[in-house]
Design a protein around this ligand. Structure first.
Ligand code: ADP
Ligand code: MG
Length: 307
């Protein structure tokens, strides 16, 4: 099957409003009155962000969801995406069918559609770049730079499980029951960004970031953009039972530097409650510190960096 056959069979069924059925040179990006249009792009690469043996449906979901995570952290709802594929020559129809199925189910779950893209072949690793567009009511985007002295710091979900799944794939020894092992691997393969929390977030948050490089590193982005210091109480960081079973006494330090969480860390007025956990506070100064039962503890590295 050639490039156009692949597009017609697997991607045209995913095209929505503005895409002209993937038969034109461009797409028309529909606007939404009373809203700002936000755009973000992230690529994932075989051997770096996923494994070649991962199911193609979860690879597709991860490619999409790492972008939906950025939109959610800004208080935006997803609407459209562009898809740029570098496919190894070895890709099969079964692989493509699973990939398209993963995209289709996430399009349903998160209410977005495909606008267009590009499809190329490569002798190198599989690489998938998604550009996602979302809407937020005019002026309501939650920035990294809005944290204020006196805010509390909150995080959605739990931290470090994706890193635990990756550690298992890297053959770290463990004695986890199969169900715990599988739940960590699932978090690595298929992030669960809190997309439906976006509207609640923009009502309460002063500053926000998605946790992709590691909790401490990403809170560092809020601290520097806002000109404040963030203090994280280690004992408050949400860590799952399977992750504690995997990493024992090292769980906290490994979890806050692991990355790939795709949860939302944000600051806002003290005393908020909801589907998130209070993990610290904002004070005058700079940088991020981590305490455990009142004492500072050193954080080994500052999060994941590609280079
Ligand atoms: P061009 O001639 O401009 O390079 P293409 O032949 O690459 O256009 O693409 C033809 C149509 O198919 C365009 O509408 C493009 O957006 C769409 N398309 C190509 N690859 C993909 C893809 N991976 N996902 C979605 N749409 C795609
Ligand atoms: Mg093209």
């Amino acid at each position: 099957m050639d490039e156009f056959g692949v597009i017609a069979k697997y991607f045209v069924p995913l095209a929505g409003e503005g895409a002209f059925g993937l038969t034109d040179d461009v797409a028309l990006l529909p606007q939404r009155p009373g809203h700002d249009l936000l755009v973000t792009t992230d690529a994932i690469t075989e051997g770096v962000d996923f494994f070649g043996f991962d199911p193609s449906s979860t690879i597709a979901r991860k490619a999409l969801r790492v972008n939906l995570s950025d939109l959610a952290a800004k208080g935006a709802v997803p609407a459209y995406y562009l898809l740029n594929l570098s496919l190894p020559h070895t890709v099969t129809p079964d692989w493509l069918a699973g990939f398209a199925e993963g995209l289709a189910s996430d399009q349903d779950q998160y209410s977005l559609s495909l606008l267009g893209g590009d499809t190329g072949a490569t002798d190198g690793p599989l690489s998938i770049a998604v550009t996602a567009f979302g809407f937020v009511p005019t002026g309501k985007m939650v920035k990294r730079g809005g944290a204020r002295v006196g805010d509390d710091v909150y995080v959605t979900g739990s931290i470090g499980e994706s890193g635990g799944g990756l550690a298992i794939f890297r053959r770290e020894t463990h004695t986890l029951p199969d169900a715990d092992r599988d739940s960590l691997i699932a978090r690595y393969r298929t992030p669960e960004p809190p997309v439906t929390f976006a509207s609640g977030l923009r009502d309460v948050a002063h500053a926000s970031v998605d946790v992709s490089d590691g909790l401490v590193a990403d809170l560092g982005h809020i601290a520097s953009a806002s000109g404040v210091r963030i203090v994280v109480k280690g004992e408050a960081v949400p860590l799952s039972a399977p992750l504690r079973a995997l990493w024992g006494d090292n769980t906290l330090l490994r979890a806050v530097t692991a990355g790939d969480d795709y949860q939302i860390a944000f600051t806002g007025p003290p005393g908020l409650s909801g589907l998130f956990t209070r993990i610290g506070h904002v004070e005058a100064g700079e940088g991020v510190s981590l305490t455990l039962n009142g004492s500072d503890i050193a954080v080994p590295k500052t999060g994941y960096r590609h280079f």
